[in-house]
Design a protein around this ligand. Sequence first.
Ligand code: NAP
Ligand code: SF4
Length: 675
Amino acid sequence: MTTYPHLLAPLDLGFTTLKNRVLMGSMHTGLEETKDWNRVAEFYAERARGDVGLMVTGGIGPNLEGSVLPGAAMMTTQTDIDNHGIVTKRVHDAGGKIAMQILHAGRYAYGPMCVAPSAVKSPISPFPPSELDEDGIEKQISDIVATAERAKQAGYDGVEIMGSEGYFLNQFLVTHTNKRTDRWGGSYENRMRLPIEVVRRAREAVGTDFIIIYRLSMIDLVPNGSTFDEVVQLAKEIEKAGATIINTGIGWHEARIPTIATSVPRAAFAWVTKKLMGQVGIPVITSNRINTPDVAEDVLATGCADMVSMARPMLADAHFVAKAAAGNGAQIAPCIACNQACLDHTFSGKLSSCLVNPRACNETELVIETATTPKSIAVVGAGPAGLSAAITAAERGHKVTLIDRADEIGGQLNMAKQVPGKEEFWGLVDWYRTMVAEMGIEVRLGTEATVETLTGFDEVIIATGVLPRDTAIPGQDGANVHSYIDVLKKRSVPGKRVAVIGAGGIGFDVSEFLVHQGDSLTENLPDWMVEWGVSDPGEHRGGLAPEGSQPDAPARAVTLLQRKAEKHGKRLGKTTGWIHRAALNMKDVQFVAGVNYERIDDDGLHVSFGEARENPTLIEVDDIVMCAGQVPDRSLADALEQAGIAHHIIGGADVAAELDAKRAIDQGTRLAATL
Ligand code: NAP
Ligand code: SF4
């Protein structure tokens, strides 16, 4: 008897059966754009080997005007069909099934050719769209339908028609973006005409034995979004038009409510999909922040959906389903919903990967092979860099000894997990613990590595991490000054008024920690919804609470300072920086930029502004927390150097500037793959 009876149950679609209830949701990884079709095929085939029930590709454009950006992958020629055929064959050979997502971006298309129901510019794009005339609309329909036909010719098992997230079809549905007065606008019947027509004609073109998933926005999270009655009406019509499955879309891209970030509670929107259950006869998929087999099983067992979509978790572990089925759920590398190596890369024009799994999208390039000569390897430092190196080396057959002076593994991850909204880091440390045991790594905790203890190993890897930077501010040795480490480890408890020096990732995290009181909202969905102003779309259009966000009062008055005269959080993650800023704004954190730190005394922190050190100001606070960055901890590496013992340096001990877990894990894995 499996622990996941609902998750692993087959899903009979009539003409075909999916082997389980897991959909790998669409991700724009940038792989298709590399034009290295062997690499694309291997990415999907690896996930097919991991037993996922059905996969959806990244969004493929039906034409130039509808593509997300110039150069984005399209399916318009015989060459496209042939290239995609490489992918579908490899997936089928691996026993998997795959659908191609057809994505028409409408006014979200990043280019001057973009088109939309009305000429209403999106707040997240610099390009005003052109309003389509009747012929233009007909062209879009036939291009989408022709794309579906080509997908079938390329061997796909189906298509997903993207109708949510504020893209083209979604733009027709709501009055905010559809101002038309012809048969494509005005009444809701008219506004939903386009999505229905697209599905109807796509079904006509591809025949009956082909999956058509329609991704339907169930909670728009934008002003004047759809009501739930409209959602149900559309879903029923989409079913009649010939869709096989309805997938859930949550929030438009321009919504100012986080929907997939790590601070969003797990399965936060499954209740929205549940409202549609029983209203249509075809299977319904739910989505967003479902990242473990237990959460997925619970979502299905409680009747929220017929199937779950997990996208990023399939980057973190291609063998998610196979491991769950084999009873090895603890070995699934967890997606921590950080966006750092996936969405942040996509939005910076870089190829996606995964912070936890650097092999994601690099399957053909970063190959972990059994070592020809097993070696004895010492790894000093059990933070993300050291852990990744140790696990990869052990996986390759090396005999690994992992040493850390701390009495637990995890390094800086143990601090991150203390921050409200970063609870996923607990799971990441647990996973490392499981894998260290699984790989038979000898662990010496509470142990200071020395030149003597490291003598005799074939390879020595130094991953000793970082030390807080000395800011040399006069008065920094006072009793009212604390390091971020002491605060996050709760060795220091600052008073009610706090100044935080340094507004990098850690300054933001520490500020969040300081203003927060009570349980983390990430573990309390109703309170999280109140804080962000999310409501039932059955009660309020688009699921926006009329009273807006209703945050609790902050636990402390926090001032977050930086010397740079730029906007706070400018260098945080591209897709998450705005969430961190909004969260602190809600708690009245004062952002002060362009300061010089003059001195600290019992009255607080004295600063001045600008190069001329003008406008001397006292920030009256009880305590000051130092979050001023890090420097490499090289003491052991230097001693080894002097003793003439060869070693490799990785992670923060190598380069501390802008170090994050993504770089540390990548470097550790890549080094161990070569030893
Ligand atoms: P950081 O991002 O380098 O920020 C250091 C901060 O200290 C900056 O605001 C800097 O701004 C200030 N600073 C630098 N030198 C200073 C000095 N001598 N005196 C006073 N202030 C100084 O480092 P971090 O915040 O420690 O974070 C470390 C790494 O972890 C970063 O790469 C970060 O991205 C990562 N991290 C990421 C997240 C995330 O959510 N993705 C969360 C936590 C940490 P000024 O020079 O303008 O004063
Ligand atoms: Fe998940 Fe972060 Fe990996 Fe993206 S980079 S898949 S969010 S763990």
